[in-house]
Ligand binder design. Structure first.
Ligand SMILES: Nc1ncnc2c1ncn2[C@@H]1O[C@H](COP(=O)(O)OP(=O)(O)OP(=O)(O)O)[C@@H](O)[C@H]1O
Ligand SMILES: [Mg+2]
Length: 366
């Protein structure tokens, strides 16, 4: 009996063996991680592969890389605690001298097995300064090493959710003198680039920028086929069809490849890719999409149905067909759906952010 091992993982950033391409971005990113005092913004649509890229580059470069995801923290204090615990373990030899540095910068901390953690009640007034304390400490600590240190703040747009509307300004003030640390900000919110770089923005003219776009379709298709072969399916001629149906986001492509692999391993050949696509859109994600749909007011639903049917949402005929009262109502719904990242603009065209949701709407949205 053949044993199959599904080689496709869409659930977490791709690891060392499941990473492909990014040949142009990796050298630039690696070079930056080897310096000091650099500031980089990595942006791109959701599920494109930003986190995978940055983590892969850091693992390859081998310098100190302190990563924390803002979307997983409920407060700046909790985020500070995460950052500190992501710092490397200190050797016994250095611990005594580093303790002095920690005492200077951190009001309340504990140390065990070479790792520093924030201690004490995290909700106090004093604790509110803990992000400042931790970043100042990391900068001072980095100065002691020959090896460069990088701090990566992933899902950076969430700094406003947990730190308030102008939180990035406060951060800018804090880190502008941190010459010993590199900072990498990453995020997928379409507003992030504007928040960070327009003339009135906190980091105007202070950031290198790197856009993570789609992996070239032919490359991705061949990679999928080779991986399917390595997982135990020698005949898997579906790479191109998978990339074409899933669209540009790497995570969507890998998700579709995973289900297509299972179908192929089960012996299916007919309509394999569309069947896999529907299994995700109409079964796997059905409850999530139902909840999303029920959370949409009627005007949003009408716009989504029009777009799923391939019709321009503000055209007179569309308005009549879907019962939208005016073009401005439709336009407002479009803007709000973009804000909610249900729709996206791609090279000027209005598209569903998630290709599986588009399919769900056209199947169920009547
Ligand atoms: N270079 C790559 N090679 C292979 N697979 C990749 C690559 N980049 C991303 N992926 C796949 O896409 C999925 C999404 O990637 P990742 O989480 O890095 O994207 P992201 O842009 O950080 O997404 P989000 O905006 O949701 O944070 C990963 O689980 C992985 O399966
Ligand atoms: Mg990510």
């Amino acid at each position: 009996m053949t044993t199959f091992a599904n080689p496709f993982f869409f659930e977490s950033p791709s690891g060392r063996w499941s990473f492909t391409d990014r040949e142009q971005l990796l050298p630039a990113l690696s070079a930056l991680l080897g310096q000091r005092g650099r500031r980089l913004l990595i942006y791109g649509r959701r599920r494109m592969g930003k986190t995978s890229l940055v983590q892969h580059a850091a693992a390859k470069a081998g310098h100190v890389f302190i990563y924390a995801d803002l979307s997983t923290a409920a407060s700046l204090t909790e985020f500070a605690a995460k950052l500190l615990s992501a710092a490397p373990k200190e050797s016994d030899k250095r611990l005594a001298s580093i303790l002095g540095l920690a005492r200077k910068h951190l009001k309340s901390f504990a140390v065990a097995a070479g790792k520093f953690t924030l201690s004490g009640e995290l909700q106090t007034e004093e604790a509110k300064q803990s992000l400042d304390q931790v970043l100042n400490y990391l900068n001072a600590r980095a100065e002691l090493d020959d090896d460069p240190w990088t701090v990566c703040l992933d899902e950076f747009q969430d700094i406003r959710t947990i730190g308030g509307d102008r939180a990035e300004w406060k951060l800018r003030g804090l880190i502008q003198d941190h010459r010993h640390l590199n900072y990498v900000f990453t995020g997928s919110d379409h507003r992030l680039l504007a928040w960070m770089t327009e003339p009135s923005a906190a980091f105007f003219k202070q950031l290198h920028q790197m856009e993570v776009g789609p992996i070239e379709a032919g490359h991705l298709a061949r990679w999928i086929e080779r991986r399917a072969n390595s997982g135990g399916v020698p005949d898997f001629p579906y790479g191109e069809a998978i990339v074409a149906l899933a669209g540009p986001c790497t995570g969507d492509v890998v998700r579709l490849a995973k289900v297509a692999f299972d179908l192929a391993a089960g012996g299916r050949t007919q309509d394999l890719v569309p069947t896999a696509f529907d299994a995700i859109a109409l079964v796997e994600l059905n409850s999530e999409f139902q909840a999303r749909w029920h959370g949409c007011p009627l005007t949003h639903r009408a716009v989504l149905r029009a777009l799923a049917a391939g019709l321009p949402p503000t055209a007179a005929k569309t308005l009549r067909q879907f019962g939208l009262s005016s073009a401005s109502t439709a336009q407002k719904a479009v803007e709000s759906l973009i804000e909610r990242q249900i729709l996206a603009r791609d090279a000027g065209a209005l598209i569903f952010d998630n290709p599986f949701f588009k399919r769900w709407v056209s199947f169920n949205g009547a």
